[in-house]
Design a protein around this ligand. Sequence first.
Ligand SMILES: [Zn+2]
Length: 133
Amino acid sequence: MASSSSSSRNRVLPTHCKCGFPLMKRTAWTEGNPCRRFLNCRYSNIPCKKNCNAFYWIDPEIYNQWYRTQMFELFLHLNPTERDEYTEQLRVQERFDLLETEYHVYHAEMETRLNDAEASGRILLFKIVYASR
Ligand SMILES: [Zn+2]
């Protein structure tokens, strides 16, 4: 394991992508990869260059979850705008998860009621009444 991590540290990273330009050095500040540098195409955000998927991590992954969380929280603490966006994103995700759960509950209840109604013949009566209009 130690030998594989040292060999990945010594690996030679490409300098250019297939667009012919030098790769850009950037830093990821995501929850999963806080403060992790990488190289990618300088046009990676431009839709017409989407076929260029050059992307290489410079730094190894932070394997320790605690360090990763601490690093990300420091970043949020030092960047109020990102912190607010992240908090808002969490709030939206929580709301979405709640709505999705409610949807499944109501959907299951509706199916049960529909099956009960069909079994008791009420749906048939409903269909006859509306078909005769
Ligand atoms: Zn490129």
